[in-house]
Ligand binder design. Structure first.
Ligand SMILES: O=C(O)CCC(=O)C(=O)O
Ligand SMILES: [Fe+2]
Length: 458
């Protein structure tokens, strides 16, 4: 394969993409929010403690009220202390005074994790469990179980109870981060809580607790699409840089590439292997809805492409084993079927399926597939194995571990196709409903101009 002359321009787009950590974390005073009421047993008394002045006895009593925490292995609920050792209370067994809205945590997390145009949406925080980790408790690597198409992330709050160990380790795309709430909390001058929120497809584990008790509240985060929210002042954060990258650099590098007439002379696709995975139900989920719940740099690609009037289509990539070609589909075809790989090219010949055969620019022309719908494609971010059919679903043992038994949802691995016209008319987004004229000169709109009812759909 010859290296196309414009490769440096493609590399510049890739370099401008947001590589921030897939989580945010911070610490904030507990204030008067430390009270916790809980049920001690099925017929037992109410228990009470205040995390602002908690004693070892009180923590022992809370731990004794907990049931063993289970986890999900595929569709099974499993109790296995070699994988997860911790206590749990379900939400019908406790009541905490902590209010993540009034403490500013909810707004802070929304501001940090919703990117660009998605930040006009709001996150709903659903309280999920209270967990108590005693000495030697831990939770091995897993991803939180996808529960809905709009499930977006998880939030963990750690209370100021003396403990050592129990750091949360997060891993994503070959990188690793460690957030040790015990050491963060022990450095605060007043009783405080540590929070960490991460995108739900990020692998994480709780390292073994060495001493004391680690008490947490966990929340599931869902993207709501019909709300505006006002921004709260940011809370002090802990040593992880999440300063926003300059979207204008990405926009400039994308337009630089498109000004080059040798790039996609007949039009085609700029393809981005996505950084994150998204919950979907095979054959049911409307793949196009994923555009509303994109995370991190995946959302930035969409915003920047829209600002250049380019249409963005979430796609599934399937490799046709028979023809040895890649095929893209903008719909969640039931690709769990055994023969789908050899069907793929055939499907791409069926206009109702909207699929197309991928001809990667620089590779020999696919003359044997003349008559099929073929598009020239330039991969901007690597087409990793993640975007291929074989690993499109939770199937490997590593991905089968969740924090709850699986529902119908799986994490799908997708790519974004930015549709590009020929040099004289690159724009492919004909109409931006209710948005026309609202772009400022940079191509981005200020918050005040944003109208919730107007969604740019691919
Ligand atoms: O306690 C933590 O830091 C994370 C717990 C967790 O991963 C879970 O409950 O799914
Ligand atoms: Fe988890």
């Amino acid at each position: 394969m010859t290296t196309p002359k414009f490769k440096a321009k493609v590399d510049a787009i890739n370099a401008a993409l947001d590589k921030r950590p897939p989580f945010c974390t911070g610490v904030t005073p507990l204030g008067n929010n430390g009270a916790l009421f809980y049920r001690k047993g099925d017929d037992g008394d109410a228990g009470y403690l205040d995390f602002a002045s908690v004693t070892e006895d009180k923590l022992e009593a809370l731990s004794a009220a907990c049931a063993p925490a289970s986890f999900g292995y595929g569709k099974e609920t499993v109790f296995d202390e070699s994988y997860r050792k911790a206590g749990k209370l379900d939400t019908n067994r406790f009541s905490s005074m902590l209010d993540i809205d009034s403490s500013g945590i909810a707004k802070h997390v929304s501001n940090e994790l919703l990117e660009g145009q998605n930040s006009r949406r709001t996150l709903r925080f659903e309280l999920y469990k209270l967990n108590v980790y005693d000495k030697d408790s831990f939770f091995k690597p897993h991803k939180d179980t996808p529960r809905a198409e709009n499930m977006f992330g998880s939030l963990v709050i750690t209370f100021p109870t003396p403990h050592t160990g129990g750091a949360l380790v997060l891993r994503h795309q070959g990188e690793q981060w460690v957030v040790d709430s015990s050491s963060i909390l022990s450095k605060q001058s007043e009783p405080s809580i540590c929070f960490i929120a991460f995108y739900s497809d990020v692998e994480h584990e709780v390292q073994p607790l060495q001493s004391g008790h680690r008490v947490t509240l966990t929340y599931n985060l869902f993207v709501e699409t019909n709300f505006k929210y006002s921004r709260f002042p940011p809370l002090p954060t802990v040593a992880i840089d999440r300063s926003a990258p300059d979207h204008l650099v990405l926009r400039a590098s994308l337009s630089d590439l498109l000004q080059d007439k040798s790039v996609l002379p007949q039009g085609g696709v700029l393809a981005f292997g996505l950084r994150f995975k998204y919950p979907l139900i095979p054959d049911k989920t409307d793949l196009q809805q994923i555009i509303h719940v994109l995370k991190g740099s995946d959302a930035t690609i969409k915003d920047v492409a829209h600002s250049l009037s380019l249409k963005v289509v979430p796609q599934i990539l399937i490799t046709d084993g028979t023809e040895s070609v890649d095929v893209m589909f903008p719909v969640a075809v039931d690709w769990t079927g055994e023969q789908v790989e050899s069907w793929a090219t055939e499907l791409a010949g069926d206009p109702s399926k909207e699929g197309f055969v991928v001809h990667e620019v620089g590779k020999p022309p696919l003359t044997h597939l003349a008559g099929y719908h073929i598009k020239d494609v330039i991969w901007v971010t690597p087409q990793t194995t993640f975007t291929r059919y074989k690993s499109a679903f939770i199937c490997g043992s590593e991905d089968a571990y969740g924090n709850e038994a699986g529902f119908e949802f799986v994490y799908g691995e997708m790519c974004l196709a930015v549709m590009v016209g020929p040099p004289k008319h690159r724009e492919t987004l004909d109409e931006i409903p209710q948005w026309n004229g609202l772009w400022d000169r940079s191509g981005f709109r200020s918050d005040s101009e944003i109208d919730d009812s107007a969604d740019v759909d691919a």
